[in-house]
Design a binder for this molecule. Structure first.
Ligand code: ACO
Length: 311
């Protein structure tokens, strides 16, 4: 690649200019964005599964309507993230194949089970809370189509976070059994949520380059700390405790300090050995196979229309 072009590209980034699909870009920039955006899209799609599990068992019509809307939002996020990734030159079919064949990553968090209704509260509050913390800075990502997609995604995620917190609040103000369910959900989701932000900065192989290219605006550890600082007081307001004996507020730094994350568990989940990895991929494969007739019919219809206009 031409060194002058790379220098001009970096100068545009440094000047906070947005990079658009037809602009020149280094091959590695295209590659890392395709990687991140497609992983993000897969996460939204696989993320529909743990919550979809509770749509038929939501405790009221109102809860069911809100959960249905939320899961549909996630589908929408997945689709426009695939569209954003496609502007970099990889087709949606290729990306979906990579997911179904187990070649692509998606967020570790969606490999954990949703055992009770309280998990729907905990996911909204914690998982969507973590997602927002990570995605607000992505609204200023250097790549235009990704940054613009993130604006709408973040607005919807913020509704999801509130509906989750409100479920938790209702349970915590309910019977002792309901409060115990909320506590149990927090106990199970807390550590996996801290892992969502990715490996520690010292082990994050993409961070330096992605920061230079202004894809990342904050490091994994910085966002994790922001999340802990924002979330711990919310948990205390609910009257819940966190499953971390080392959690303590440092008066000097103004931050909540937390204990060691079990990175071995994280590596296991990424390697395909989390509690639900196999189940999630099997569900996506089945949905893909069940939808084959729709894709075939759409392609046949498009072909028929093309033939007709050529007559
Ligand atoms: N789950 C699965 N894989 C992860 C996770 C995670 N929680 N965190 C990091 N990884 C992977 C990275 O994808 C990378 O793998 P790869 O090289 O095979 O692509 C590897 O671990 C090393 O991590 P980093 O070098 O830190 O990777 P990166 O700079 O991409 O940072 C991050 C990871 C913060 C997740 C970034 O990709 C990002 O901001 N992505 C967009 C947000 C997103 O995908 N959110 C999905 C969950 S939120 C939701 O959908 C509701």
């Amino acid at each position: 690649e031409d060194a002058g072009a790379a220098a001009r590209f970096q100068a545009r980034i440094d000047a906070e200019e947005r990079i658009e699909p037809n602009d020149w870009m280094p091959a590695a920039y295209r590659k890392t964005l395709t990687r991140q955006i497609s992983q993000h899209a897969h996460s939204e799609i696989v993320g529909m599964l743990p919550e979809g599990n509770w749509i038929t068992r939501a405790p009221s019509l109102r809860r069911k309507a809100a959960l249905l809307a939320k899961v549909q939002d996630e589908c929408g996020h997945g689709l426009y993230l695939y569209a954003a990734a496609e502007t970099l030159g990889t087709s949606r079919e290729e990306m979906v194949d990579a997911l179904l064949e187990g070649r692509a990553k998606y967020s570790s968090i969606f490999n954990y089970p949703t055992l009770t209704w309280a998990d729907i509260g905990a996911i909204g509050w914690l998982v969507d809370g973590a997602a927002i913390m990570n995605q607000i800075p992505l609204c200023r990502c250097s790549y235009g189509p990704y940054a613009r997609a993130m604006i709408r995604v973040c607005k919807e995620e913020s509704f999801h976070q509130r509906q989750g917190y409100e479920i938790m609040l209702t349970l915590c103000r309910g019977t002792p059994e309901q409060k115990a369910m909320a506590q149990d959900a927090l106990n199970r989701w807390w550590w996996p949520c801290l892992m969502m932000f990715g490996p520690p900065d010292s082990q994050s192989q993409h961070s330096d380059q992605s920061t230079k290219w202004k894809i990342k605006r904050f490091s994994n550890d910085e966002l994790r700390q922001k999340f802990v600082d924002a979330t711990v007081p919310q948990g205390h307001y609910l009257g819940l405790t966190f499953p971390d004996p080392d959690l303590r507020f440092n008066e000097e730094t103004g931050h909540w300090e937390f204990g060691e994350i079990d990175w071995d568990e994280f590596r296991q989940v990424l390697a395909g050995n989390g509690p639900c990895n196999r189940e999630r991929l099997a569900a996506r494969r089945k949905a893909h196979e069940d939808g084959a007739w729709v894709r075939d019919a759409a392609a046949a219809y498009a072909e028929k229309r093309r033939a007709r206009t050529e007559m």
